[in-house]
Design a protein around this ligand. Structure first.
Ligand code: GLN
Length: 479
């Protein structure tokens, strides 16, 4: 599979046909999907028809004309099903396009299929999907991470060149790192959330998963930008995020200052992750980047903060799933309240129920100040400490996760993703870039997190790192 950037040039100049690219995707899918199970739905017939139409165009002016993409199953495509991997939405047909889908349609992208995920994006392994478990392409006995595990596995296994995911607490960047690809979560407000199934609205962002940084930047150039339908979306002018991500960008490392939180030492980190992260630091120093230690004491509150605020927002957002308006309706309800209760009891998974219960608890009048309000105050403390840290460095640099992916059924420690989750709590952009393969043959990644709306600079940093890392992006898992 060649990169999107090259595909785009070749398809636009008619050197390559979109239909051949789409066929190649489906050939690969037919070969490896039975082992990986990354997709909940595939659109072979429509994709081929669309590719044929694009090949017949004289002028191909869309930024992604004829290029296949995978879409996480919590983003609406008009007239198509969207399950969010929940039994509750088993029969739901999207009444409109999400803004990112509108933009992708006008750019000429081809929607190959809907990728699997944790139910309503709650989880970090894709195991809470009501429909199937997705495997990690580097070792099918291991989790791909989550919640965007289907998108990560599909890209990593070469079934699609790139995919969309959503990231509320690391859900793009953690699976991307577990599967050896690039995962990017934008600054809060850079990409419209309109038409994405809400999890925790003050954290949620749609973002990208791809083999290379430049492909994520290209996709971001298409989907970012103002949208009056998402009130938090910023009215920025159009930006070409791929600008200047060329070979000369390694020079940019010379002027970069990276901050490593001293709190990193407080956590148990996988031995090889620590070792390869150290190697990455040494490589950056060789390129004359300055590495400093920063102090962000509020990191220790990240897991608790995230849990309280996320669950509170979940309980409010999921309240619309009552079995009356749309989705699963229990045939066993005796009256209205019983109908609500049974529809939810029979269709929602344990993880979702647990979060609704906890979220409702922290929002109860007697608990609100003790938990929710306090968490919001500590969130501000974290934001202030990170703002101070950025006075001393350009980016915060950490391993993507503190542990490697586990076998199905095993649970990762709660602090595994804390450096990713901090970005959601503070609305900051973060990108994970593959760094090394460990002795188990599984990939690991590093994470760069920048100040709010430093996304363009962040892509430059990640692209420069990609060039000096030893990770072979042309290597695909043998399946
Ligand atoms: N692991 C996080 C959670 O379960 C990820 C959520 C997300 O980013 N969608 O809440």
């Amino acid at each position: 599979m060649i990169r999107v950037k090259e595909l785009k040039v070749k398809i636009c100049s008619s050197e390559k046909k979109s239909i051949d690219v789409v066929k190649a995707c489906f050939n690969r899918i037919k070969k490896v999907e039975p082992k990986i199970k990354a997709f909940l739905k595939l659109n072979e017939e429509n994709s081929l028809k669309q590719a044929e139409k694009i090949d017949n165009l004289n002028i191909k002016k869309g930024l992604l004309e004829g290029i296949p993409i995978g879409i996480k199953d919590n983003i609406m495509v008009k007239g198509e099903s969207m399950t969010s991997a929940s039994k509750y939405l088993y029969n739901y047909i999207s009444p409109y396009d999400a803004t990112v889908i509108e933009k992708l349609k006008s750019a000429g992208a081809i929607f190959i299929g809907r990728t699997n995920m944790d139910e309503f994006a709650m989880g970090g392994s894709t195991e809470t999907s009501a429909y199937q478990k997705t495997a990690n392409p580097w070792n099918v006995e291991f989790i791909p991470g989550g919640s965007s595990g289907g998108s990560a596995a599909a890209v990593s296994a070469g079934m699609v060149p790139f995919a969309l995911g959503s990231d509320t607490g690391g859900s793009i960047r953690q699976p991307a790192s577990f599967c050896g690809i690039v995962g990017y979560k934008p600054s809060y407000g850079l990409i419209s959330r309109y038409g994405a199934c809400a999890l925790a609205s003050s954290f949620d962002q749609i973002g990208t998963l791809s083999k290379t940084v430049i492909d994520s930047a290209l996709l971001t150039s298409v989907i970012a930008g103002k949208d009056y339908r998402d009130p938090v979306c910023q009215p920025n002018d159009w930006i070409d995020y791929t600008y200047d991500l060329d070979s000369s960008s390694v020079c940019a490392l010379r002027t970069i200052k990276l901050g490593i939180p001293k709190q990193f030492r407080d956590y148990k980190t996988d031995f090889e992750i620590a070792k390869y992260f150290n190697d990455a630091v040494n490589k950056l120093e060789l390129e004359c980047s300055q590495i400093i230690e920063i102090d962000v004491p509020a990191y220790k509150y990240v897991p608790a903060l995230y849990k309280v605020i996320m669950c509170a927002e979940v309980s409010a957002n999921i309240a619309t799933f009552d079995g009356i308006r749309y989705g699963y309706r229990s045939p066993n309800g005796k009256d209205l309240n019983d109908e609500y209760a049974k529809s939810r009891t029979e269709s929602l998974g344990d993880e979702v129920k647990k979060r609704i219960l906890f979220g409702t608890y922290v929002l109860e009048a007697k608990n609100y100040h003790k938990y929710y309000n306090k968490a919001q105050k500590v969130r501000t403390l974290l934001i202030n400490q990170l703002t101070d840290a950025y006075k001393k460095c350009d980016f915060i640099f950490t391993p993507a996760t503190l542990q490697m992916p586990v076998r199905f059924g095993n649970v990762l420690p709660e602090e595994c993703d804390i450096f990713l989750i901090a970005a959601n709590l503070a609305g900051l952009p973060g990108i994970t870039v593959p760094c090394s393969f460990t002795s188990s043959g599984m990939p690991m990644g590093v994470h760069f997190m920048g100040p709010r709306f430093s996304d363009q600079k962040l892509f430059k940093m990640a692209s420069a790192f990609e060039k000096i890392s030893n990770f072979n992006i042309d290597k695909y898992p043998i399946l």
